[in-house]
Ligand binder design. Structure first.
Ligand code: HEM
Length: 425
């Protein structure tokens, strides 16, 4: 592991990355990297060599740098090794052409088209449905006095929400939930299960899109996101059928594990900070919504879902934070490290739910800025507020040391979150 030392006298050896301890708490390692090796070349567990960018200023600059491409064709690896870095299984399922893998001008065209269908208005109109889904899930365990908030709450919520938004019929939603579950259960493990799940999702979406295209214009049949995407393609510009499939797939994938972890990590952080949580609960009881929105942004900064899922490939030799990067090298912007940079945030290791100056990078930055941010905010705020309101004495049912974090590196989140509370109606 080569280290770019910035401190004369030597800072000691670089911390070991990608261990069990790192998955549990990566922040001390990130602090070391930010200070001593802010642009650090390392070998990922997949065997791919990549640069990790950990300082806020470098991260923000890299995310917006047009010389850093999202397209894996620029990865300087034999073709068979490429694609290890994108969404699992997408290559074998023919799903490579989507927003997270392409650059302008294709990206500009696709993003403009999807933005026509995935509007803030559509998301705002969806609010009662997210509330209903949230309440239904809580109803499933409220009377029991205990629950695993990952499996029974944070996991199903975003998948049902995005299925509804896309227009997946209710009778098919459990299938999608199970396939999506296979994708993350197997994440980092054997690839076979992931590839099978991705193929099933792909096949299902292709058929659904085809059906919706046939029914377009029929009464009540086209007030959903898939129909919106098909229609957007019919207005002069084009989304091919394959592009609609890939778009729906990325909406499912990009919005799924991220939101699970926003809710899971967020609730865990709240349970670890009882005073701040009590203040938030008081403001919720008083019917205030401002503090909730500010709090959820801080939860994203403090322990956000996306750790390193921000692949870029250098299309030419360039310099980041004084470090030369060769053309073809992969670059991973470590959002979780950038968002704890003391050069940018006052007392970054402190959770401050009322933090004002909070331009975190949790949703990225630049042209690939999260398209689903309004939906993620709606889901995150509704989930956290409703749970705290309905189960006010929610507490962890196990010792902190018994919690297991997924060592996915790309996403940061808990495997389970067992809680107890006074049983409620
Ligand atoms: C892009 C984070 C939820 C859809 C991104 C990126 C980040 C991110 C960091 C940029 C990646 C990069 O620059 O390489 C998050 C977080 C979420 C969340 C933290 C939840 C808390 C969602 C949801 C959806 C979604 C709910 C959709 C339903 C997308 C899409 C992109 C994206 C389509 C690609 C945009 C583009 O390349 O133009 N997200 N996301 N995300 N996100 Fe999210």
């Amino acid at each position: 592991m080569s280290v770019n030392l910035h401190t004369p006298g030597g800072p000691g050896p670089a911390p070991e990355l990608f261990t069990w301890e790192f998955a549990t708490d990566p922040y001390p390692a990130y602090a070391w990297l930010r200070q001593h090796a802010p642009v650090h070349r390392t070998t990922l567990p997949s065997g791919v060599d990549a640069w990790l960018v950990t300082r806020y200023a470098d991260a923000r600059q890299a995310l917006a740098d047009a010389r850093l491409s999202k397209n894996p064709v620029h990865h300087d690896e034999p073709a068979h090794a490429r694609g290890k870095t994108g969404i699992p299984g997408e290559r074998s399922a023919g799903l490579m052409t989507h927003l997270l893998n392409i650059d302008p001008p294709d990206h500009t065209r696709l993003r403009r088209l999807v933005a026509k269908a995935f509007t803030p208005r559509r998301v705002a109109a969806f609010e009662p449905r997210v509330q209903e889904l949230t309440d239904r899930l809580i109803d499933g365990f409220a009377a029991r006095g205990s629950a695993d908030l990952i499996h029974e709450f944070a996991f199903p919520l975003p998948i049902y929400a995005i299925c509804d938004l896309l227009g997946v019929p209710p009778e098919d939603q459990d299938d999608l939930r199970d396939w999506a579950g296979m994708m993350i259960r197997h994440g980092g493990g054997p690839r076979g299960g992931v590839a099978r799940a991705v193929k099933r999702i792909r096949g299902y979406l292709a058929e659904l899109i085809h059906r919706k295209r046939e029914n377009l214009g029929a009464e009540g049949a086209d007030d959903d996101l898939i129909s919106g995407l098909i229609r957007a393609s019919d207005h002069g510009e084009h989304l091919t059928e394959n592009e609609v499939v890939a778009m729906c797939f990325v909406l499912l994938f990009a919005g799924f594990e991220t939101t699970i972890n926003l809710v899971g990590n967020g609730l865990y952080a709240l349970m670890c900070h009882p005073e701040q949580r009590a203040r938030l609960q008081e403001s919720l009881a008083a019917g205030e919504t401002g503090p909730l929105a500010t709090a959820v942004e801080e939860l994203l900064r403090y322990d956000g879902p996306v750790e390193m899922a921000t692949w870029r490939y250098a299309t030419e030799t360039l310099t980041i934070g004084g470090q030369e990067i060769a053309a073809g090298d992969p670059v991973l912007v470590v959002l979780a490290a950038a968002d704890r940079d003391p050069e940018r945030f006052d007392q970054p290791e402190v959770l401050d739910l009322a933090r004002r100056d909070n331009q975190h990078l949790g949703y990225g930055h630049g042209i690939h800025y999260c398209l689903g941010a309004p939906l993620a905010r709606l889901e995150g705020q509704t989930a956290i507020a409703t749970l705290l309101r309905r189960l006010p004495d929610l507490r962890l049912a196990v010792d902190h040391h018994d919690l297991r974090w997924r060592g996915g590196l790309i996403m940061r989140g808990l495997r389970t979150l067992p809680v107890e509370f006074t049983p409620a109606e």
